[in-house]
Design a protein around this ligand. Structure first.
Ligand SMILES: Nc1ncnc2c1ncn2[C@@H]1O[C@H](COP(=O)(O)OP(=O)(O)OP(=O)(O)O)[C@@H](O)[C@H]1O
Ligand SMILES: [Mg+2]
Length: 1133
């Protein structure tokens, strides 16, 4: 313990367990010193001793509540809040029902302490609309019960004249749910009588002081206290007490609790009736039979009472003044004497008030009781009247002191006896502590056969003469030898002279002191009888509340059975209370009254010492010092603290005791602080326990943090994973979407491209097909004309006017409307066919001028060319003019082929004829071409004519001579003539190009209908003989160079040696005749290639021939130059 701890102060230790030396004087001195310092609370272990300061101290502020909330019991100054907090936490955290027993003599501060406990719990329990309402209702029950149940006594200005035990019920979270109040034995005699200097119950004074004039009028009351017999004018007002304000506070409290305005009115009406009953005065009168009778002298009060309770006044008067006695079957009405009448009146007033008080408690319980069925934890607060020793002690004091005796017994049993017995039971080494066990006194009072209460009941129920004297005699007889009982008689029997013990009295040696009780009134109060006439009158009243208080007044339910006596009832309710308290964990607040004068800060040591003695505080300290502050079964203990040791947390597999030992060994508490019993662990000082609890709190919060951490981690991880999954899903969808879009776009683009490409291909194909069609049609036309020509002769070859040009025109006509109209008109109005006629209709539109001019030219050419097919004429426009002219020569009509003189082969018309034809055509006199080459393109014919005119085609100018060698005539060529015989087509001198070096050598060429022979000019001997069928094709250039490549089939014998490159001065004729011969032999046209670049086949490999226009070429023919092994250049002009 730290030096600064509030517990350690040698002069004024806060815990009397630490007192040294422990004597009564030192204990009282310590209390006094602390009291002087305004430290009114002191501990004995966990028992709080409270010394009434009789002044307001700043100990109950909200800051204090905060200071003690969840505090460590011994870390702060002793306080009621500390024990309240400890009990509340035990209830909430350990799930154990608690009770707070507040004991002490009248005026010691019990009621104040109980209110402090309740307000503390209200402050620290959770807030909420419903919870706050419950709290308010519980707290507001105090002013109502205090108004009706408290009174000023000589000892206490606000003395509780009833015992109160309140069970506050909490839910598992520690939130108040409601409560139940039990009340014990209201001091109802105070209604009719109280000693000088005291007051009746507060409610009467509050009502008269605080009620509005209207309310007073309604209740038929006067504000003057002196007017009422049951009140005492002199002590009507109390210094420092505002009855009027308290009345309003009480009304507010009733509203908070839930009293309806009607209920409040009825309550006050009944209260007023009690007050007014005291004013009913009786006087004696004598009846006719001479018997004394009583009558009401002041009927006004009676009438008012009856108006309030809505009862016939005569009925109440009769009930107050007479009594119905049933004797066998007869009912006799007897008059009461005046004392009997007053007795009846007072009994009625007391009964009404005590029953009203019971109704009040029940009504409060109805409001604050817990409505739900949920499991509850209970905190009981007992504020019961303290031990009383008056000058004159009656039945009430006897009952009150009996109750206190029972409470002391609980204290002894639970703190002293039970504790010591437990040490022995558990095998803990223990030196017994002497203490006084008051069971003997309790037994003296409550024993069911020989107890004072049982004897009193017996006397009350016994037939015959029964009075207090007979009761006392009985007690003296049966209890004479009891240590704690004495009376005048028993003293006399022992020859003891004691003037303090008068006759008609008995004395009990209570734990708190000797109390002398006067037996006067014991029988009557125990019987607590109310004349049946009065209860019936009350039941007959129309006042609902009053009527409900007297159910036995109902004649239907009238029973001859006597009600249980007051003593019996009290004993049973005390037994129930004890049972209730035993079931809970007790917490003690022991209140001490420091002086008899209710003076602030006055400490009378003698008075305090007396209370210290009878409260048994010395024994309490001694047992506490010797014993252990805390004990618990091993199982629950281990369960609660196992998290403090790694070996026991989270699970201990061994026995509970071993686990507890291991657990505590790890915490290293001093050995003397712990004791291991058979079933329980004992901890000596509360400090060790609190240290243990503190460590647990820290560990629990650590574990809670760990759980929170894990949970938060898990939650974040889960969230993260969820987000990640979602993100992946979103991005997958997004990427998919993007790719789909891209794909769609690409697909669209591809389709567009495909469409364009296909369109382009299709158009190209269409063009080609159209072109093929046109060619085919042209070829058909040409062949048709040719056949026609062959059949009818050249003169008859006149194409119908509607043939090709018209078709051409019609085709063009399809293009558009005006064009169509123009062309159709043109077709109908073609000019005459005379070549000299150059007329042509003008173009109807200017945009057709060019076309018109073109058509004019076409027409004119056609006229001149005798129907050359314009469509087909374009195919060879790219060929040189001299070669295009070949076709004119190459397709001579069979009839035009003349035989070479001296030879059998037909020969084409001679050059003179061709030349003459050309000349005629150019002069425009005649169109010779249709006769020669029907179907020849107009362009080709035109160019041919142009070329002839220009003299650019020498071979064309040459007539086809055929035999240039004169084979027949020249004997030198006899051998060759023999070879040719009758089949000669052409004989000429050519130059053969040496394939190796490009140089040329002269050769004689003989073309027969079957062979082509190359011979040595000198020897006139055949060197090479080719079969016409071995010829694969012929290549010529577009120049007038006479160069000719003769391509041979490789499979032939000669062809294997390679192609021939020849230069001829009569190239046109040679090619023409070669073609004719080839066609005659194979039935196919000779493949002719007019090209500047071609390939020739030689045994050593193919040689690429390139024709180059060059000035270096010789005038008498092309010059061949070998370039590398497989290239040759032919230089031409
Ligand atoms: N803690 C306190 N601080 C200030 N005054 C107090 C305190 N406790 C009690 N008192 C004063 O003492 C008076 C008596 O207290 P209280 O009514 O609680 O006594 P009691 O033990 O209930 O007596 P009874 O047995 O007669 O009911 C109170 O009216 C109040 O003036
Ligand atoms: Mg009280």
């Amino acid at each position: 313990m730290e030096g600064s701890s509030p517990m350690l102060d040698a002069e004024a230790v806060a815990d009397l367990v630490l007192l040294d030396p422990l004597t009564e004087e030192s204990l009282v001195q310590t209390l006094q010193e602390r009291f002087r310092r305004h430290d009114i609370y002191t501990y004995i272990g966990n028992v709080v001793i409270s010394v009434n300061p009789y002044q307001a101290l700043p100990l109950y502020t909200p800051e204090k509540v905060e200071e003690y909330h969840n505090c460590s019991f011994f870390a702060v100054k002793p306080h009621i809040y500390a024990i309240a907090d400890d009990a509340y936490r035990s209830l909430r955290d350990r799930d154990s029902d608690q009770c707070i027993l507040i004991t002490g003599e009248s005026g010691a501060g019990k009621t104040e302490a109980s209110k402090l406990v309740m307000s503390y719990m209200a402050a620290v329990s959770s807030k909420g609309e419903e919870v706050n309402k419950v709290k308010e209702q519980l707290l507001q029950s105090n002013p109502v019960l205090e108004a009706f149940g408290n009174a000023k006594t000589v000892r206490n200005d606000n003395s509780s004249r009833f015992g109160k035990y309140m069970d506050i019920e909490f839910d598992f979270k520690g939130e108040p749910l409601g409560g139940v109040i039990s009340n014990y034995l209201l001091e109802k005699s105070r209604i009719v009588r109280h000693v000088k200097g005291e007051r009746n119950f507060h409610i009467f004074y509050q009502l008269l002081a605080g009620a509005s004039p209207q309310l007073l009028q309604q209740l038929k009351l006067r504000q003057d206290c002196g007017h009422y017999g049951y009140l005492d004018r002199e002590s009507s007002s109390l210094p420092g007490v505002d009855d009027a304000a308290n009345f309003h506070a009480m009304q507010d409290a009733m509203r908070v609790i839930g009293f309806s305005p009607d209920e409040v009115t009825e309550l006050l009406e009944v209260t007023a009736v009690v007050l007014k009953l005291g004013n009913i005065q009786l006087s004696s009168s004598f009846q006719a039979n001479g018997m004394e009778a009583c009558s009401i002298t002041e009927p006004q009060e009676l009438r008012e009472i009856c108006e309030l309770i809505r009862l016939d006044p005569s009925m109440l008067e009769q009930a107050l003044c007479t009594r119905t006695v049933k004797a066998r079957d007869e009912t006799v009405l007897t008059s009461l004497t005046v004392p009997q009448g007053y007795y009846g009146r007072d009994a009625l007033a007391k009964n009404i008030y005590s029953r009203l008080f019971d109704w009040l408690v029940n009504r409060i319980n109805t409001s604050i009781q817990v409505k739900s069925d949920e499991q509850r934890k209970v905190m009981g607060v007992l504020d019961i009247y303290g031990f009383e020793i008056f000058q004159d002690n009656g039945f009430e004091q006897f009952i009150i002191n009996y109750c206190n005796e029972k409470l002391q017994q609980i204290f002894i049993l639970m703190t002293l006896k039970e504790e010591q017995e437990e040490y022995v039971r558990e095998g803990i080494q223990w030196t017994p502590v002497e203490f006084f066990d008051n069971s003997i006194i309790c037994n003296l009072i409550e024993n069911s056969t020989s107890g004072i209460l049982a004897l009193l009941d017996e006397e009350c129920l016994r037939p015959g003469v029964v009075n207090e004297d007979t009761f006392l005699t009985k007690l003296n007889q049966l209890l004479a030898k009891h240590k704690h009982y004495e009376s005048k008689e028993t003293q006399n029997a022992r020859y003891i002279t004691d003037t303090s013990l008068p006759a008609r009295c008995f004395r009990i040696h209570h734990y708190a002191g000797k109390v002398t009780y006067n037996v006067t009134g014991f029988i009557e109060k125990n019987n607590d009888l109310l004349f049946r006439d009065l209860s019936q009158a009350m039941w007959a009243a129309q006042h609902a509340l009053l009527r409900s208080l007297f159910p036995e007044g109902d004649p239907q339910k009238a029973s001859l059975k006597l009600p249980p006596t007051a003593g019996f009832q009290f004993k049973s309710s005390v037994a129930m209370l004890m049972k209730n308290l035993y079931s809970k964990n007790p917490n003690y607040i022991r209140c001490i009254k420091p002086n008899d004068t209710k003076s602030a800060m006055v400490f009378t040591p003698e008075l305090v010492l007396a209370q210290v003695r009878y409260l048994g505080l010395m024994e309490n300290v001694r047992v506490r010092r010797a014993g252990y502050a805390f004990r618990q079964l091993y199982g629950p203990f281990l369960q609660r603290y196992k998290m403090l040791n790694r070996r026991t947390w989270p699970r201990w597999d061994g026995g509970d005791r071993e686990g507890t030992e291991v657990l505590l060994a790890g915490l290293a508490f001093p050995a003397e602080e712990l004791a291991f019993g058979h079933t329980k662990i004992f901890i000596r000082s509360p400090r060790t326990l609190f240290d243990l609890e503190r460590q647990r709190q820290e560990r629990v919060s650590e574990l809670a943090t760990l759980i929170q951490k894990m949970f938060r981690g898990w939650r974040c991880r889960t969230q993260y994973q969820l987000m990640r999954k979602s993100q992946i899903l979103i991005s997958a969808w997004f990427r998919g979407h993007r790719q789909k879009n891209q794909y769609k776009q690409m697909k669209r683009s591809a389709l567009v491209l495909q469409a364009y490409a296909r369109g382009w291909k299709s158009r190209r194909l269409l063009r080609e097909l159209k072109s093929q069609c046109r060619r085919h049609a042209a070829a058909t036309t040409i062949s048709a004309h040719w056949r026609g020509y062959q059949v009818t002769g050249p003169r008859a070859l006149r194409p119908p006017l509607s043939c090709c040009p018209c078709r051409c025109v019609r085709a063009v006509c399809l293009s558009a409307h005006p064009v169509q109209r123009y062309l159709l008109g043109l077709a109908k109005n073609l000019p005459p066919l005379s070549v000299t006629d150059r007329t042509w209709p003008p173009a109807p539109y200017r945009f057709l001028d060019k076309t018109n001019q073109e058509l004019k030219n076409i027409f004119y050419h056609w006229k001149v060319g005798a129907g050359g097919d314009g469509e087909n004429s374009s195919w060879d426009l790219g060929a040189p003019a001299h070669l295009r002219g070949l076709w004119w020569h190459q397709i001579p009509p069979p009839s035009a082929v003349q035989e070479v003189p001296g030879s059998a082969a037909p020969v084409a018309p001679g050059p003179a004829a061709g030349q003459a034809l050309c000349q005629r055509a150019l002069q425009g006199q005649e169109d010779p071409l249709p006769q020669k080459v029907p179907g020849q393109g107009a362009g080709g014919a035109g160019e041919l004519r142009a070329a002839v005119a220009d003299g650019l085609v020498p071979s064309l100018q040459q007539p086809f001579h055929g035999d240039y060698l004169g084979l027949k005539q020249n004997p030198k060529y006899q051998k060759l003539h023999a070879v040719a015989k009758d089949k000669l087509v052409m004989a000429d001198t050519v130059r053969k190009v040496n394939r190796a070096n490009g140089k040329t050598v002269p050769r004689l060429l003989l073309l027969t209908t079957e062979h082509l022979v190359l011979a040595d000019p000198k020897a006139a001997q055949p060197k090479t003989v080719l079969s016409i069928s071995d010829i694969r094709g012929v290549s010529v250039t577009r120049f007038s160079d006479g160069f000719l490549a003769l391509h041979l089939k490789e499979v032939s014998t000669v062809g294997a040696k390679g192609d021939f490159l020849l230069v001829s001065d009569h190239l046109i004729e040679l090619v023409t005749r070669l073609h004719q011969t080839f066609e005659a032999t194979s039935g196919q046209a000779l493949p002719l290639h007019i090209t500047d670049r071609f390939s020739t086949h030689f045994p050593k490999g193919d040689v690429s021939i390139t024709v180059v226009e060059s000035p270096k070429a010789g005038t008498d023919g092309p010059v061949c130059k070998k370039k590398g092994s497989n290239k040759m250049e032919v230089l031409v002009h």
